[in-house]
Design a protein around this ligand. Structure first.
Ligand code: ADP
Length: 463
């Protein structure tokens, strides 16, 4: 297809191709097709430049736009992570709003829209990633940009009933309808998004599932993100885990891996472990929960609070249930290198994912991809993780019911080999079929096919 692919994401790897599923997938998509990757870079200057900085990258271009300390505080930590993140993860109670955050979010998105409009050529396709850039297309349309602009939201689509928690929430429909294609993680997200359009007096749903608002039509579809399966398989060498990890004779391993984020249901997970310990039959083997939870967004109050809560609860459970030769919860508050992570997944008898709200949860897929096909572990997966839609062969649980999760842990630890293998085969088939390359291709094909909107202007205004 003619025209360049232009990808926008807040994070951009500047040294080499980078690591992590999304970053690698975008790198590959751009290497195959050529194009430009645009992301943010911090600056010490008081004023951000109005021009992109060019970085060397083989096969495509990398451009960065600057974020000052004020931008970081207002656009990134403020509006993106203290307002939009809790909003989309159904935690409006945790929204910490200041009007300067909304100003900073608009300022950065507007600045980026101007810089982008300067370099766009008529045939270019733009692919915008995530909640940092909800209004970007709207600002581009205001500048007369007619290019195809697609969006992918990696986190849950916000409930329409929660949106009034946003300042100027009436403009949200103008923001999202300025995109030609809205990609979401799950069918459930698509339903929430379409319901939002349906509930708006000036919008209508068309028979093909797209949404019409004013003179613009927006396609809304789900593209569940996948992982790089081969990378996990190659890295998953259980011997490496054995060399690092000391477990007692016959002791089983349960693993949890998450950024320390309130959306991940970590407190509920510890309580579920407590419930399992409380109800454990005398003949049941010992098991240890290895919870790896690296620090995340510690400048935001809600993240500091969850850290305190985790430390308190870990101490309480271990105080009550530890034996001289057994500590049931090992809580590690730091990042772990990816190869060791894959080895630990493979070594673990149970992968425990208890998110209270999650766009996808790649850890669930990474856990499955790392298993030994001859002796696979069991995935216990929250119904509220996007991955649950594609992974019905996991033990699906309600993370709010800690006794139910405790029982699922027990069921997983007792599960016969035949059943573990059967569940693993089904799960692995899905993880392999819809991997990260499938995801990039599926989205970009849909963007290339979606009808072009002749109109640039939106019905209302962008701010
Ligand atoms: P989110 O994007 O909300 O953090 P996901 O589960 O979708 O949640 O993705 C998390 C990614 O971060 C996974 O690829 C996972 O392997 C990685 N990750 C999580 N915790 C750690 C850790 N302690 N060390 C290294 N990587 C981690």
């Amino acid at each position: 297809m003619a025209g360049r692919l232009i990808v926008i994401s807040n994070r951009i790897p500047l040294e080499g191709p980078g690591s992590g599923g999304l970053v690698v997938a975008l790198h590959e998509a751009l290497t195959d097709r050529g194009g430009i990757w645009i992301g943010a870079q911090e600056t010490d200057a008081d004023t951000a430049s109005e021009k992109f900085t060019r970085h060397e990258a083989p096969g495509y271009e990398k451009l960065t736009f600057e974020l000052t300390a004020k931008d970081q505080e207002e656009y990134y930590l403020g509006f993106s992570n203290s307002v939009l993140w809790p909003l989309c993860h159904r935690r409006t109670d945790l929204i910490d709003f200041e009007s300067r955050y909304a100003d900073g979010y608009e300022r950065v998105n507007r600045r980026l829209a101007h810089m982008l409009a300067e370099i766009l050529e008529p045939e270019d396709r733009v692919w915008v990633h995530d909640y940092h850039f909800f209004p970007l297309a709207c600002f581009l349309r205001e500048l007369g940009v007619k290019n195809r602009v697609g969006y992918f939201l990696h986190i849950p689509f916000p409930n329409g009933s929660d949106l009034p928690a946003l300042p100027h929430h009436e403009t949200f429909i103008d923001w999202i309808s300025s995109y030609d294609l809205i990609g979401l993680q799950t069918q459930r997200d698509v339903a929430v998004c379409l319901e939002f359009f349906r509930g708006h007096p000036k919008a209508e749903l068309l028979l093909d599932g797209s949404a019409k608002y004013g003179s613009r039509t927006t396609q809304v579809r789900s593209f569940p993100i996948g992982i790089d399966v081969d990378v996990m398989l190659q890295a998953a060498d259980a011997r490496r885990a054995d060399a690092t990890l000391r477990l007692g004779d016959g002791e089983r391993l349960i693993i949890g891996v998450d950024r320390l984020d309130y959306s991940k249901g970590l407190v509920n997970r510890l309580k579920a472990m407590e419930s399992w310990l409380q109800h454990r039959e005398p003949d049941e083997p010992r098991a240890t929960l290895l919870q790896i939870a690296p620090p995340s967004r510690e400048k935001v109050l809600a993240y500091r609070e969850i850290r305190d809560e985790m430390e308190l609860l870990t101490g309480k459970i271990n105080g009550e249930y530890s034996e001289i030769d057994w500590t049931p919860v090992r809580y590690i508050h730091k990042p772990v290198e990816r190869e060791l992570l894959a080895a630990l997944y493979r070594r673990a008898d149970v992968g425990l994912v208890t998110s209270l709200a999650d766009g996808m949860n790649l850890v669930a897929k990474e856990y499955v991809a790392s298993q030994d096909p001859e002796d696979p572990g069991v995935l216990v997966l929250s119904n509220f993780a996007g991955a649950a839609e594609q992974m019905p062969d996991a033990l699906i649980v309600n993370p709010y019911d800690v006794d139910e999760v405790g029982e699922a842990i027990s069921q997983a630890l007792r599960m016969p080999l035949d059943e573990r293998k059967a569940r693993y085969r089904e799960l692995m088939r899905g993880v392999q079929e819809q991997d990260i390359r499938w995801w990039t291709r599926a989205y970009l094909d849909a963007l290339a096919r979606c009808p072009v909107n002749l109109a640039t202007e939106t019905e209302g205004s962008c701010d």
